[in-house]
Design a protein around this ligand. Sequence first.
Ligand code: DGY
Length: 317
Amino acid sequence: MSKSILIAGGLSPEALALVPNEVDVDFNGHEHPLSHRDLLARLRGKQGLICQIIDAIDDEVLATPGLQVVSNVAVGYNNIDVAAARRRGVVVTNTPDVLTETTADFAWALLMAAARKVVEADRYVRAGQWKVWQWDLLWGLDVHGKTIGVLGFGRIGRAVARRARGFAMRVLYHDTVRAPAEVERELDATYVDKPTLLRESDFVTLHVLLSPETRHLIDEASLRIMKKTAVLVNAARGPIVDEAALARALEERWIAAAGLDVFEEEPQIHPALLAVTNAVLAPHIASASFDTRVAMSTLAMKNCLAVLEGKPPLTPV
Ligand code: DGY
């Protein structure tokens, strides 16, 4: 029997080129995201689904007769009801590793931009406000030699920590499980509890998965114990931070600045966050480099095809 795949969102041509002739592809593309209803309708009769983080893959989707695999083009998979998939025998895959370094680069881009007011400076110049060199213009925070606190010390957290060595920073980290001693040695990273990390870090960067346990991991109480000069970076998932509390923290200067790639209700953003000048905001693009999007696409396709061919997927969830 020939197999069919629905590609709900965008995917690179390099990935489409991997599809053998005997597999049919229904390619929606990225310009018109499918509603839940349309997704259900288009999925009928397909054995494979390649989807993006904006596609809600709930039990109703997973109940599609004959569906064998859901291949998410992302490392995060909070858009998928993994427990329901397991119950229904549908394989779920994601795209770890291929985006680790790119995401870490972007967390650093946010950190640097927020610390050194890069976006504010750009706005200032474009607005024609730069009339004369000014001694007290747009002072920011030093990064080198400071303390960075990495919350969530998986692949991406460690890649962020590795970059901190180039800035001669002290690295603190916290996670539910302590990293092996050789990793701590290699990254010169010190394990601390969460309150210590928040109290002592000049830069707090978040790299945990979104789960019921990590929802609002950074809440008002956390923000209140951070340094007044601290910068918060979130390139993980929006709901890890209580956005209303963060907006107040930035407005009232409990902390100095934030660099955010993700938000609680994307693409809605808390109006107060849009209003403050001490937040650098990006539209969930941490993994969006040319090379990485191709790598994510091809890995997602290979995962999907492997399952349809009766082989183990490369990167199952
Ligand atoms: C991921 O991979 O989880 C990103 O958030 C989307 O690219």
